[in-house]
Ligand binder design. Structure first.
Ligand code: DX5
Ligand code: ZN
Length: 216
């Protein structure tokens, strides 16, 4: 499986988004992770489709949009129009999972489905054939900079054992050490907010994440 690093813009400088996106391009990021929170599904509120559209105009990397919102189905078209490439939503949201996946695909995007820490990975199994990615949260969604939950790793192990070819993404507390555990468990797409943007050298940080993920 290809190893991909997806810096989370949540940890970037929101006053300088264009410069932060360029930083990711130059630093060798494979895609850009955009965390959308609605203050209902999670306690926090972040950015929406208009901001993503503005970012799309100044960045050529694939946009990996992580919807932490209660009613993803209502907003899929908006995020597709804003330039999302992959749209990931939560199995715990209020929208019908199957309908939401169909909507994402009919809008021309790839679909991802995510599980929060307390949700069993079996929640994604009925939909796997239509998903290009499964996102296993390795923190409770809502905030950047939290500690990695190693007890989520068996979910990745199980999923990788059952589906050798699907992209398995991990998100939350991924750093040069925890990335090794995730890769060993079968993950191949790594979201990293603090590990990239709080580093004095983001290019080095991305290179190190990639290198460590490859050493399994
Ligand atoms: C958390 C978000 C993450 C977050 C990761 O709810 O989904 O994408 O930005 O941040 P770090 O890598 O700092 O844990
Ligand atoms: Zn995220």
């Amino acid at each position: 499986m290809d190893i991909k690093i997806s810096p989370s813009m949540l940890a970037s400088d929101f006053a300088n988004l264009e410069a932060e996106l360029k930083k990711c391009e130059i630093a060798g990021a494979d895609m850009i992770h955009l965390d959308v929170m609605d203050g209902r599904f999670v306690p926090n509120i972040t950015i929406g489709a208009p901001v993503i559209k503005a970012m799309r105009a100044v960045c050529s990397l694939p946009f990996d949009v992580h919807l932490m919102i209660s009613e993803p189905l209502r907003y899929i078209e908006d995020f597709a129009d804003a330039g999302a490439d992959i749209i990931t939503f939560h199995a715990e949201s209020d929208s019908d999972i199957s309908e939401t996946i169909d909507k994402i695909i009919s809008c021309g995007c790839k679909a991802g489905l995510s599980v929060k820490p307390k949700t069993d990975i079996s929640a994604v199994y009925p939909y796997i054939g239509r998903l290009s990615m499964v996102l296993i949260m390795t923190v409770e969604p809502g905030f950047g900079g939290q500690s990695f939950m190693a007890d989520m790793l068996p979910k990745a192990e199980k999923l990788r054992g059952d589906f050798p070819n699907i992209d398995i993404q991990v998100d939350g507390g991924v750093d040069p050490e925890t990335v090794k555990l995730c890769a060993k468990a079968g993950a191949n797409v790594f979201v990293a907010g603090s590990a990239v943007f709080k580093s004095p050298d983001p290019a080095k940080a991305i290179a190190r994440l990639k290198e460590n993920a490859g050493k399994i």
